[in-house]
Design a protein around this ligand. Structure first.
Ligand code: C5P
Length: 222
């Protein structure tokens, strides 16, 4: 791809992992480092796009030339995404958004013994990606999801693509030291058009560039 092939384009990228409060000092979280999302934001900016990065609990320096919006929970992520989604050509949802949160968050620190809960009741979070695709702002916005699967990667990926209604789903295999927190990644990009593009194992920046190639192809069609 030409170096500035995304010039004039505006994109929204999400990165990191949400944290869902249990009490003021504890949360339910996940192992996402934010590296893949930050690589997506950095490469899009390097290719000329105007980039907004909605970042959840990431300890990485802001990518050059990118506007960073910080969020904590899934509901905050949703607010940020809905505020930015109009007027962007593409949304790439690389963040690991919690599917569930504690049904209640205690106002004070939960103490051992006296009010120790036997279980943490959970309630479902909004599915931001599905909300974007089921209620599209226009016909040309390209919406990309990410999925981490531990087994039956293609089969689960296809089913998820259909369920989420996105244009592309980038599926990677996790577990056994793969993906989370590492510098490298490997994936298959499944298209809503039935396509499957293998992205070989390599730096997260290279995977990001391949994703923008696929997004660029779809933007060029309209
Ligand atoms: O269902 P699963 O969490 O595996 O789907 C992953 C994709 O859906 C990611 O792109 C993630 O950002 C997005 N997602 C979302 N809202 C949720 C859960 C996941 O947008 N509540």
């Amino acid at each position: 791809a030409a170096e500035t092939d995304l010039a004039g384009r505006r994109v929204l990228v999400t990165a990191g992992g949400t944290r869902e409060d249990i009490d003021p000092v504890r949360f339910l979280g996940n192992r996402s480092s934010g590296r893949q999302g930050y690589a997506l934001a950095a490469t899009a900016a390097a290719r000329g796009a105007k980039v907004v990065l909605a970042s959840a609990n990431v300890e990485l320096p802001d990518p050059a030339g990118v506007e960073v919006v910080r969020v904590g929970s899934a509901r905050e992520m949703r607010e940020a995404v809905l505020a930015e989604r109009e007027g962007v050509d593409a949304v790439v949802m690389a963040a690991a958004v919690a599917d569930f949160r504690p049904a209640t968050s205690a106002e004070g620190k939960i103490k051992k013994g006296e009010d120790q809960p036997a279980t943490i009741a959970l309630t479902e979070n909004p599915d931001i990606l599905a909300e974007l695709t089921h209620n599209r702002v226009n016909g040309h916005q390209v919406i990309v999801g990410f999925a981490a699967e531990t087994d039956h990667v293609l089969e689960h990926g296809r089913a998820k693509l259909a369920r989420k209604g996105c244009d592309l789903l980038v599926v990677n295999q996790v577990g056994e030291g793969r993906a989370f927190g590492s510098q490298d990644n490997q994936a298959v990009a499944l298209g809503g058009d039935g396509s499957a593009v293998e992205i070989p194992y390599g730096p997260k920046e290279d995977l990001a560039d391949r994703v923008w190639d696929l997004v660029g192809d779809r933007l060029a069609v309209v």
